[in-house]
Ligand binder design. Structure first.
Ligand code: IPE
Length: 268
């Protein structure tokens, strides 16, 4: 096992692996073991950079959450079936992701967000950060995820992995966030020509001027606009942020290592 010595948190990277990368969003509860296996090997090659991982729920979370309207918070008793099924389903995905790291020889411990956070009106209020710190201190990767969590006001709410990443990066004073998505980064669309160009460096003014053209589809947590909006919170706190395509071999590895990589870097 390549991790296992206490290394502190200096240079910590928080990696968000999008649900659209490790699951097939068009088919409910479909995991992509080959993709996750390749990502685990990329992560293994980043040793000894300290790392925390957050993965999305993908087709293990969005469809059930949508069916039971979990993003509205508790309205009626019938939703509880959806709440408990989502907790179970996301836990199963978290287990598979964690297993993939371990099989590659990377020490990892799965801590689903339902056991890590309590929210208040969809915003993280309490976090058992000592669990995360303890794992990192041992040189083990804590692996959490977008999830449904208990909420002090709405009784339960959906926490997106993007919000968790930003929260953790700020709380742990991370050096960098890497968002691995199923596209190369943030694009600019030219309405007249219909051409799209990847934006290498994106500042906040440019971000708010873009028309993202996000189609919400079956997602209950929003698309690229919301991700970038949340990520600028971390940029403001001094964290470096980049968005790369996690489906293309080598990009996650380069981004974690801080190398020049095809993607979008957020700048202040
Ligand atoms: C969504 O988490 C959580 C649930 C729907 C339960 P994310 O927003 O992080 O998931 P992806 O990355 O879009 O799949």
């Amino acid at each position: 096992m390549s991790r296992g010595e206490s290394r502190g948190l200096k240079g910590l990277v928080v990696l968000k692996i999008g649900g659209s990368v490790i699951t097939d969003k068009t088919k409910e509860m479909t995991y992509r073991p080959d993709v996750m296996g390749r990502i685990s090997r990329e992560v293994a090659r980043c040793w000894p950079i300290p790392l925390a991982v957050v993965h999305g729920a993908g087709s293990f979370g969005h469809p059930i959450a949508k069916r039971f309207r979990l993003n509205q918070g508790y309205r009626q008793q019938e939703q509880l079936e959806g709440f408990v099924k989502t907790v179970q389903s996301v836990k199963a995905l978290n287990q598979m992701v964690t297993e993939a790291f371990i099989e590659t020889g990377v020490g990892a411990v799965g801590i689903p967000a339902s056991l890590l956070f309590i929210a208040k009106k969809n915003v993280i209020e309490t976090a058992h950060l000592d669990l995360i710190f303890s794992a990192l201190d041992l040189g083990i990767i804590p692996v959490t995820c977008g999830d449904v969590v208990f909420d002090r006001e709405t009784r339960f709410s959906i926490l997106s992995g993007d919000d968790i990443v930003v929260y953790l990066a700020k709380a742990l004073k991370a050096n960098r966030i890497v968002f691995a998505t199923d596209v190369d980064g943030v694009y600019e669309f030219d309405r007249t020509t219909g051409r799209k160009t990847l934006i290498g460096r994106l500042d906040y003014r440019k971000h708010v001027s873009l028309s993202y053209g996000d189609v919400e589809g079956d997602d209950v947590t929003g698309g690229m606009f919301y991700k970038v909006e949340a990520a600028f919170e971390a940029v403001k706190a001094g964290v470096k942020v980049c968005i790369v395509n996690g489906l293309v071999e080598g990009r996650i590895e380069s981004a974690i290592k801080g190398e020049e990589v095809h993607g979008t870097v957020l700048v202040s």
